[in-house]
Design a protein around this ligand. Structure first.
Ligand SMILES: NC(=O)c1ccc[n+]([C@@H]2O[C@H](COP(=O)([O-])OP(=O)(O)OC[C@H]3O[C@@H](n4cnc5c(N)ncnc54)[C@H](O)[C@@H]3O)[C@@H](O)[C@H]2O)c1
Length: 261
């Protein structure tokens, strides 16, 4: 579904995968987009893609886990626009480990990149969102915030906390015309999923083999695409979703609906 975002301004984190997919969808629908990523190479690739299509996407090098970096990004955006209609928090990192083998530094890093980042961007961009007189925040959580595999202690905890943060923000921000929701993807083909597939590939299996196997565990029989997550995010940012706030939408091909028996 394409909604018209002409004249609207969006800030998106994560310059590959789900973040890039959301930025492309919003920009193709007419939005001016500020896209933040920590990886200069990925930022350059995203900028080249946007230039090829003539899309209005400005890349900034930002560490979303770092207070000063996010404050500075908010300052750069405020120098370019006096309002923001959408904020999409898609930067994130997968980590593996149990309570026994996750060290304090790994725990802190997961919380900073997956959870604190959503607070920092929302906090420092709040004045611009408020100024729009009707804005939407979308946090990209995960099905692992609802139910989880083994060995994902910090990741699952951070995503469950994003769900709670979504509700808390929705209640507080409604008075300023800001709706807040999260999405919980199942497996979506992105560099992060490919990394996870590579970690699990054994016995001569390739990343493609593993991703096909991930797909089979989803009732629809395949993994999702960044076009599909981009479309859902754009819907949540649109006026068509004007009565949707404080909720989490699963985009998981039925993964969490099934019983494992
Ligand atoms: N792909 C999936 O199957 C899947 C499933 C559920 C949830 N998610 C979530 O979706 C979000 C996006 O993941 P993705 O699959 O698109 O992966 P991805 O690796 O393609 O994208 C994540 C992006 O975040 C950026 N990033 C990481 N740390 C950062 C930091 N400190 N500051 C700024 N940018 C940083 C990375 O450079 C990368 O561009 C993550 O929060 C992830 O947990 C993904």
């Amino acid at each position: 579904m394409m909604t018209d975002f002409t004249g609207k301004v969006a800030a998106v984190t994560g310059s590959s995968g789900i973040g890039l997919g959301a930025a492309l969808h919003l920009a193709r629908s007419g939005a001016r987009v500020f896209l933040a990523g920590i990886d200069a190479g990925l930022n350059d690739e995203a900028a080249a893609l946007a230039a090829d299509e003539g899309l209005d996407i400005t890349l900034h090098l930002v560490d979303v886990a770092d207070e000063n970096s996010v404050r500075s990004w908010a300052g750069q955006i405020a120098g370019e626009t006096d309002m923001l209609h959408a904020l999409v928090n898609a930067a994130g990192q997968q980590s593996y480990g149990t309570v026994e083998d996750t060290g304090p530094a790994d725990w802190d890093h997961s919380m900073a990149v997956n959870l604190k980042s959503c607070y920092l961007t929302s906090h420092f961009l709040y004045a611009l969102l408020k100024a729009a007189g009707g804005a939407s925040v979308v946090h990209v959580a995960s099905v692992q915030g609802h139910n989880n595999q083994n060995n994902v202690l910090a990741y699952a905890t951070s995503k469950g906390a994003v769900h709670a943060m979504t509700r808390a923000m929705a209640v507080d921000c409604a008075k300023d015309g800001i709706r807040v929701n999260s999405i919980s993807p199942g497996s979506i083909r992105t560099p992060l999923l490919e990394y996870g597939a590579g970690q699990l590939a054994t016995g001569g299996k390739t990343v493609d083999d593993m991703i096909a196997e991930f797909g089979k565990s989803h009732p629809v029989g395949r993994v999702g695409t960044t076009e599909e997550t981009g479309s859902l995010i754009a819907y949540l940012c649109s006026d068509a979703a004007g009565f949707i706030s404080g909720t989490d939408l699963r985009i998981d091909g039925g993964l969490t609906a099934q019983l494992g028996v």
